[in-house]
Design a protein around this ligand. Structure first.
Ligand code: TMP
Length: 209
């Protein structure tokens, strides 16, 4: 039997207001026995949290390309110092947003020249919560959490982000699970957990063969 050297990398994507954080929490609770590591982007490191502050909560405008590099710099730090060591140790990592966010928001929404750096690992599974952009924005506005710099963009921007997510999911159907985010949180969670359990079962089979 070969020893398993790589963990499982699961990412959550979707528009603001889709209930991503709730689903991340529910999944982490369901997998608690396996002690998953949970991160949110941008963030998860000291540098990442500082970048989060600059890129989401400062009023200054910045070029689309600078914004793209800031999100990716935060990600590179998180990857090198947290995610990759955890995966190498066989852990489950759940990341609330990853490179698909930069492709959708900075690429699709802003038109920045985003690619997927060869050194950024591909997730084993990406859960895309799908919600019409106007519904997501209404949910954030009525939730009282306050809008970040990206949330405050006009509806057309959010439509372009949603269209970019659709293209990304269509181009990589094995990696993406699209889930309608208008359902009840428990129903969405059941769908997500079903897929995660199959992924874990497949990886056990691979590890023991
Ligand atoms: P969230 O913590 O509520 O998901 O908010 C993060 C915000 O940052 C959200 O508006 C999407 C945006 N974002 C990008 O535009 N590009 C990225 O690469 C990431 C990770 C987030």
């Amino acid at each position: 039997m070969s020893r398993r050297s790589r963990g499982i990398f699961i990412t959550f994507e979707g528009p603001d207001g889709a209930g991503k954080s709730t689903q991340v929490e529910l999944l982490a609770q369901a997998l608690a026995e396996r002690e998953p590591l949970v991160f949110r982007e941008p963030g998860g490191t000291e540098l990442g949290e500082r970048i989060r502050e600059i890129v989401l909560h400062r009023p200054e405008s910045m070029s689309a390309e600078a914004e793209m590099h800031l999100f990716m710099a935060a990600r590179a730090e998180l990857l090198r110092t947290r995610i990759e060591p955890a995966l190498a140790a066989g852990r489950i990592v759940i990341d609330d947003r990853y490179q698909d966010s930069t492709l959708a928001y900075q690429g699709g929404g802003r038109g920045a020249p985003v690619d997927w750096p060869a050194s950024f690992p591909k997730p084993d599974l990406t859960i895309l919560l799908v919600l019409p952009p106007d519904v997501g924005l209404d949910r954030i506005r009525s939730g009282g959490k306050g809008l970040d710099r990206l949330d405050a963009e006009p509806l057309d921007f959010h439509r372009a982000v949603a269209a970019a997510y659709d293209r990304l999911a269509a181009a990589d159907p094995d990696r993406f699970l699209r889930v309608d985010a208008r359902g009840a949180p428990e129903e969405i969670h059941a769908e997500v957990l079903g897929r995660v359990r199959s992924l874990l079962a497949e990886s056990e089979v691979r590890a023991s063969s």
